[in-house]
Design a protein. Sequence first.
Length: 800
Amino acid sequence: MAALSENLLVTVNKLQDLVFNTIGNDSLDLPQIVVVGSQSSGKSSVLENIVGRDFLPRGSGIVTRRPLILQLINVPSDRHDRPEGDEVHIPHTAASVAGQYEWAEFHHVPGRKFDDFAMVKQEIEAETARIAGSNKGINRQPINLKIFSPHVLNLTMVDLPGLTKVPIGDQPSDIEKQTRALILEYIAKPNSIILAVSPANVDLVNSEALKLARQVDPMGRRTIGVLTKLDLMDHGTNAMDILSGRVYPLKLGFIGVVNRSQQDIQSGKSLSDALHAEVDFFRHHPAYRNMANRCGTQFLAKTLNTTLMSHIRDRLPDIKARLNTLMGQTQQELASYGNKQFSGKEHRGSLILQLMTRFASSFISSIDGTSSEISTKELCGGARIYYIFNSVFGNSLETIDPTYNLTISDIRTAIRNSTGPRPSLFVPELAFDLLVKPQIKMLESPSQRCVELVYEELIKICHTCGSQELLRFPRLQAKLIEVVSDLLRERLGPCSTYVESLISIQRAYINTNHPNFLGAAAAMSSVIQNKQEQDRRAALVDDRRKREKKRLKELGALNGNAPASPEDEEEQSEPKAQSIPIRSQSGRGARSMSPHFGKGQEGGVTATLNGSYTNHQATFGTANTTRDSFLNYFFGKDGTQNATALSQLPNQSRQYPNTNEISASNGIRRPDLRSPVIPVEDLATPVEYPGDVGASLKEDSEAALSEREVMETELIRRLISSYFNIVRETIADQVPKAIMHLLVNHSKDVVQNRLVSELYKEDLFAELLYEDDGIKAEREKCERLLDTYKEAAKIVGEVL
Ligand code: GDP
Ligand code: MG
């Protein structure tokens, strides 16, 4: 039983060592004896007596100012003449047992063995002052001291500052509160045995030690009462009532001791002498001699030892359970750092491969929107790419004005230049080509911006792909990002080149045969329709005026007054505003170039010419001029073609069944810039257009020419808008497809292979698996902790 007990304590000491040395905190809450009592009650004296050595600082006032965790470790004597009779073992002085090796070690001075106990005392003083300062303040950080001796029983004890009621000197005013809190912290632990020291020469009801102990151990289950200074009791009084447990009930009882008096210390009385004297005191004291074997320091030491043993035995299951909990927690923490061993070469490779694969699939799933960590706060990944295509790119295309920067004079100049010295025969195709190409070029910048935005988004995605585990390997993460960024950058060039060529392709051939292209006929007829509308209104006004004039004449004839010239009024009443057709920035519907201008004339086709031709007869009177123009194709030289007919068949006008004419200028079919074929029945319709305009045109040839040019200019404008809308629609469709194919999908497809081929190289492994210092330290600390707990569990397991 005794052997087992000793074993237990060895176990607990080992655990204590393990815990204190590796963890530095008291998470295991190991059993220990905590000494409490008021100032000068004799706590330090009791401890010294138990150890059998002078090693604790003494003096007036508060000397013990930091907790002292004192581990007594029994080491076998190396001499065969070592003292026997363990029952009452009296430690020898260093001199008396020369060769018996006793020494002390401080946790804060690792590796140094103190065999001079005067030095131990000094070290305690110095260490106390180092942390708690040289004033009289206290500090809760413990000093850890081990004493190895053949003369001690295995015990772990804690010496605490004594309670003082009144601060003295420069002690803080709340010194009592501080001390009380510190003491309570130690004795409140259920695994502590409380050694409540009370001096026998003070009434027990005033014992601060018992008052404190009762707070945390009201049933007196783990409190041992120690009565000091029995030698100082008044003559004729004794502490028998207390020692027998009749005054104050404690399960573990009271033990009386006699320590050295202050005088003994000053006179240099050795501890061994004092212990002998103590034994004599109890053996010869009239009151205590019958219970002498249950009194004194040696009995106290033994009692403490056995109490501690049984306490430890009681507590071991709890300790085991606690250890298991701690191990589980630590294991979990460790796992969060990536609890993978990767020392082996194959191991490192597979770890890298695994992290790489995870990175790649995270990249892909972020784009696909299948990532598990989808943000609800902002658009991310694939959704942002869609947003870029649809909203950013779409809108930036929409806002382009097809005739931006194209002034009337630009167009006029282009028309004039393209016809050369000859008058233009048809709609000046060259001018149209010349003018529409730079406009198409305007689509390039938003398209390239779209490529860049998607590229930037992909870069952003690859920066957010790292898993928690990857944080542990910052270099690997940086490399993964670098490789993916390189890949994306590589694709950026081809993608933007392709997009550039998409625009160039559009500029390479102006396909006026496109089914959605408005065409000259439609554009013209829309102009004409407009014009007719206006003419009708003008005719009505004219009619009214004539009737008015007639009435006025009649009235004038009656009154003899001449009326004002009606021609002047006519000039003023004509609307003067000339609307410039600029494509309104509008919704999607506006973009589609509808040839069905007959119904509603929505979007870009709706631009009208109203009120700009005060002399419509001059405008449409080109039939009789010597100068041919494309207008002839609408109205015919003989004036048999009917403009109204054109406006009535918008759908047919774009089918052009037999328009196989080859444009003289470039040999490419250009049917709809020429005259559309008009169905016969429409051609038969009577001409409404006045045939007598030739005369007025000749009269004012300069003005008539400019009118014509305005007409041409407006036509070109409309045609440019119409054509531009077609191209815009194509680009809006093609660019996102190109980006998806050349940049996004390609990157997705090759990312895994690229990562492997770039990074899966043995000579890179060490570098890539370089661990972040902070996380590494944390993980290693965690690993050590886990090892400690495992070791502790093993130690505990061996005992039971
Ligand atoms: P602590 O402040 O509780 O650690 O008390 P100490 O151990 O420093 O003792 C305070 C004073 O009381 C010292 O001068 C000791 O010599 C003296 N003292 C302690 N115990 C006894 C005892 O049992 N008998 C006598 N006569 N003096 C004692
Ligand atoms: Mg003390």
